[in-house]
Design a binder for this molecule. Structure first.
Ligand code: NAI
Length: 282
């Protein structure tokens, strides 16, 4: 399948990163959001992130203009052209909002188009059921998208081999490294990362070591670029808790119970960087 026209739905952190990455590989990107202000902001962010790449000597200002022109902001999915080949959904992490959106997109977008979701934790099999089960899979990018090389391609129960192959091929064209993952809670990335962060919080909670020392062990001892508590602050403690709960409910296994300190900090409004305080002050 020849994929040229991409619709990215949701122009937040991930949506604008995904649009940015596709624009640099000769795709036409329709970037959709429900609010004009979010679209304006997304284009501004993409433009300043491209300026950073120009400073690194990656491309010229003239090339930037070509990239930006290939991103078409769209206020409502009903205004998308007929010819969309691939949808990448990156709206808020809310199952019913995503299902409602896919139901609607299924009615207005041509039946050959492949639908994907960038969800971090919602079942791809369940989302697939709400629209076109065989032409649906997960496309889980990492933040910041233009820089991070990985894409987890999540095969739902009903994802066809053709759909998987096409999405894998597109990920390679995008310059990313795709990995094949089956649809189980947390996929691979969050199933391993978030329990590690939760264990670091238990280690702090039990007084085994200070936050700085826990992070130092993981940075200097394991060569991680960021310590787990620093990373939790970066991701957002509320997001970490939501994913722990998805693992706990999905596997019904007590090894995924969220640390009580994580819950208490969220109740106190300490969400990490975005609230200016988490395990560290910002
Ligand atoms: P965000 O909150 O920054 O952006 C969401 C955007 O979606 C907002 O601009 C909002 O106006 C828009 N939106 C909401 N409902 C909409 C609708 N019905 N139609 C069109 N636009 C709509 O969220 P973020 O962080 O970009 O996350 C998006 C998705 O990506 C979530 O599913 C999240 O789990 C996933 N994800 C997030 C990562 C991260 O590090 N932030 C990493 C990997 C996946």
């Amino acid at each position: 399948m020849n994929i040229k026209n991409i619709a990215v739905i949701g122009a937040g952190t991930m949506g604008n990163g995904i649009a940015h990455a596709f624009s640099q590989k000769n795709f036409i990107v329709y970037l959709v959001d429900s609010e004009q202000a979010y679209l304006d902001n997304a284009i501004k962010n993409i433009s300043s992130n491209m300026d950073r790449q120009i400073k690194k000597g990656l491309f010229s200002t003239a090339q930037k203009e070509i990239y930006l022109q290939s991103i078409k902001p769209v206020m409502d999915a009903h205004n998308l052209p007929e010819s969309i080949d691939l949808v990448i959904e990156a709206i808020i992490e809310n199952k019913s909002a995503k299902i409602e959106l896919f139901n609607e997109l299924d009615k207005i977008i041509n039946p050959n188009c492949i639908f994907t979701s960038n969800t971090s934790s919602i079942s791809i099999t369940e989302l697939a059921k709400s629209s076109r089960p065989d032409k649906f899979c997960g496309m889980h990018f990492m933040n910041p998208v233009p820089i991070m090389e990985l894409v987890e391609i999540i095969r739902g129960y009903t994802t066809s081999q053709d759909t998987f192959n096409t999405v894998k091929e597109i990920s390679i064209q995008l310059g990313k490294t795709p990995v094949e993952v089956y649809d189980y809670p947390g996929f691979v990335s969050n199933r391993i990362l978030i329990p590690m962060i939760n264990e670091a919080i238990f280690t702090l909670h039990e007084g085994v070591a200070s936050a700085v020392d826990i992070d130092t062990v993981m940075k200097l001892g394991m060569n991680h670029p960021m310590g787990p508590l620093e990373l939790a602050d970066f991701i957002g403690l509320d997001v970490c808790l939501d994913i722990m709960n998805v693992l706990y409910e999905g596997f019904k296994d007590s090894k995924y119970r969220p640390c009580p300190l994580l819950v208490k900090m969220i109740n106190a409004g300490k969400l990490g960087r975005k609230s200016k305080e988490g395990f560290y002050k910002y």
